[in-house]
Design a protein around this ligand. Structure first.
Ligand code: NAD
Length: 277
């Protein structure tokens, strides 16, 4: 059985470095996927209000037979809820059937509304009230992090951003590191929009040299970069494949070769370009 490393966060807690993403799995579909993942050994689940699957994630946790405290659960504050974060988290907890989450993230800076700093003040209160153990952000650029720093001494523990070999985000990751913020990679395998194997044929040789698949090689790159990662799949074989990445290590030459594949190419939405209406 693979052992998933823990990453220490700046608030004294820790998070399993590998988890399961649940985007695009609805309340029904997510239940057997979470069950299969927990059976394989995953202990970290990433959901969000906007994924409309919190109830399914909660049902799967409750019926898994695994103690709630042994599973790390993240959910996210949606844009419309920036000014009513408590109500939003209470509703998420109700759907999840939990009395607290491990991590609550502001999903997007939603700069059009200018409400992220107000949301952050409430996030701090929610942590103090014990409704979430840790608080962080997602899709924040340095200017968005500056805006929080201007009104609060509490630094997000996490910034969850799009990262994969085509979009490695070295500058933003370095900025987060300077602030003591750990980075989570969303869309680690290409967000279901592109295939890393097709886009970057050079990955195949590295994968072959280790007797691993391209997906495992990419996920291992994230792990060795110190990123926290939660690939999504609804197929049990792929859930197993994505978890089976702790029995090999990429060499420094492999890591450099993958770093050289960066094209600064997003496959998801830019924080400033979302259509939020
Ligand atoms: P991902 O990179 O995890 O890609 C998922 C897709 O990759 C699958 O649908 C499948 O097509 C493919 N795949 C999975 N395993 C594979 C394997 N072993 N071999 C080949 N192909 C494989 O994309 P994602 O789901 O967008 O990102 C992961 C998680 O990040 C999400 O599920 C969600 O929890 C989170 N997320 C957050 C944000 C945000 O704004 N904060 C945005 C997108 C996703």
């Amino acid at each position: 059985m693979s052992t998933v490393p823990s990453i220490a966060l700046s608030d004294g807690t820790s998070i399993p470095q590998l988890g399961l993403g649940t985007y695009k799995l609805d309340d029904e579909a997510v239940v057997p996927v979470v069950h299969a993942a927990l059976e394989i050994g995953y202990r970290h689940l990433d959901t969000a209000k906007i994924y409309r699957n919190e109830a399914g994630v909660g049902r799967a946790i409750a019926s898994s037979g695994i103690a709630r405290d042994d599973i790390y659960v993240t959910t996210k504050l949606w844009n419309d809820d920036h000014l009513k974060a408590r109500e939003a988290l209470e509703a998420s907890l109700e759907r999840l059937g939990l009395d607290r989450v491990d991590l609550y993230l502001i999903h997007w800076p939603f700069h059009q509304a200018g409400t992220a700093a107000r949301a952050w003040e409430q996030m701090v209160e929610l942590r103090e009230a014990g409704l979430t153990t840790s608080i962080g952000v997602s899709n924040f650029l340095p200017e968005h992090l500056d805006a929080l720093a201007a009104i609060s001494e509490v630094v997000p523990v996490i910034n969850q951003i799009e990262v994969h070999p085509l979009l490695q985000q070295a500058e933003l990751r370095a900025d987060c590191a300077r602030r003591g913020i750990r980075v989570e990679s969303w869309g680690p395998l290409g967000h279901g929009s592109v295939s890393m194997a097709e886009e970057l044929p050079a990955l195949a040789a590295i994968a072959d040299a280790h007797g691993k698949t391209v997906a495992q090689t990419v996920l291992r790159w994230h792990i060795q970069e110190g990123l926290i990662v939660f690939p999504k799949s609804s197929h049990v074989e792929r859930l197993r494949e994505n978890f089976d990445i702790f029995d090999f290590a990429l060499t420094e030459a492999d890591m450099q070769a993958i770093r050289a594949l960066n094209e600064d190419r997003r496959v998801g939405v830019h924080p400033y370009e979302g259509n939020w209406s």
